[in-house]
Ligand binder design. Structure first.
Ligand code: AMP
Length: 303
């Protein structure tokens, strides 16, 4: 089982609070400087395909949903969309309201699937409070609000960049997940999406005869829709067809790797250089772990 499921509390002290390192608490930083402000806001009337297009073109994993005054009404994440496309219980909406048909389901308004009770962080909060929220609730991205108006989002990736000078002195092997969940190449996209939602992981290495031949991530799935690739892959334009796509048609074959003894600072630099948010950890040609932005962030602030 992945750490996210079985080790959710490993970053917490016995009193249930994250165990922050002094170096993080020492300096009250500005969330304003960390927030990514180049993000679009969507309205509740925007559609599922709009959300995919925005996530694909801007590479963002969370889009705030606001009213015209930028007041936060909800959020939509990449994993909400994977859930809706068949990975989880939101798929019931596709079946019940849209008969499993692709175009009507993609034209659904975000009102139907958005999380309408989102966590958010006030821009005047301290970094400590933000990390507390992220770790306690296990979320990797949050909207940032100022006087009730959304001004941006903060993700694990933006925090790693901000903290990059402090990302030293910890080895990859100390923070990686060691039980890597992978999927055989003969599986379908439907199986991959269900596994991701059920286990709360956003990526799955794909194996063939014991070798990793690719990796399928939440982003590859969103890009199918957001970059309109899906429209050239189907005949009937139903979600049944989407689920039956071989996972090999969706996976990414650029596999980014790192050694277990490297510093997590090197891992962070490699992720940002390659534009990925995870690395497979390899020793003697074997996969011995996986490290994601979350593992690096927690390794810096809460080990
Ligand atoms: P993510 O949401 O993918 O950034 O990952 C959250 C947590 O799950 C991190 O601790 C990862 O190391 C772990 N994780 C992600 N993908 C996998 C996987 N395929 N197998 C095992 N652990 C994973």
């Amino acid at each position: 089982m992945p750490r996210r499921i079985i080790e959710r509390n490993r970053w917490l002290r016995s009193d249930g609070k994250p165990n922050f390192k002094d170096r993080i608490c020492a300096k009250p930083p500005e969330l304003e400087a960390i927030a990514d402000k180049e993000i679009p806001l969507l309205s509740m009337q925007a559609t599922v395909i709009n959300a995919c297009e925005v996530m694909s073109s801007l590479g963002t994993r969370l889009v705030p949903i606001t009213d015209p005054e930028r007041r936060l009404l909800g959020i939509i994440t990449g994993m909400d969309l994977v859930d809706y496309f068949g990975g989880g219980i939101k798929y019931a909406i596709v079946l019940k309201h849209y008969g499993g048909k692709l175009y009507p389901a993609l034209s659904a308004s975000l009102r139907e699937i958005a999380n309408t009770k989102p966590l958010a962080v006030d821009v005047k909060s301290r970094l400590h409070d933000l990390l507390n929220l992220m770790i306690s609730y296990g979320v990797g991205a949050l909207p940032v609000v100022d006087n009730n108006a959304v001004i941006g989002i903060i993700t694990e990736g933006s925090l790693i960049k901000y903290l990059s000078s402090k990302v030293v002195g910890v080895k990859v092997s100390e923070v990686m997940s060691t039980s890597v969940i992978s999927l055989s190449y003969s599986n379908t996209l439907g199986v991959a999406m269900k596994l991701m939602i059920n286990l709360g992981i956003r990526r799955l290495p794909i194996t063939k005869n014991g070798d990793v031949i690719g990796i399928v991530t939440w982003r590859d799935i969103i890009d199918l829709f957001g970059k309109h690739k899906i429209f050239n892959m189907l005949k009937e334009f139903t979600f049944d067809e989407v689920h039956l796509l071989p996972v090999t048609e969706v996976m990414n074959t650029n596999i980014a790797t790192i050694g277990p003894d490297e510093d997590i600072g090197i891992a962070a630099a490699k992720m940002s250089e390659l534009g990925v948010d995870s690395l497979l950890v390899i020793k003697d040609n074997n996969i011995i772990g996986i490290i994601t932005e979350r593992d690096i962030l927690y390794g810096v602030v809460a080990r």
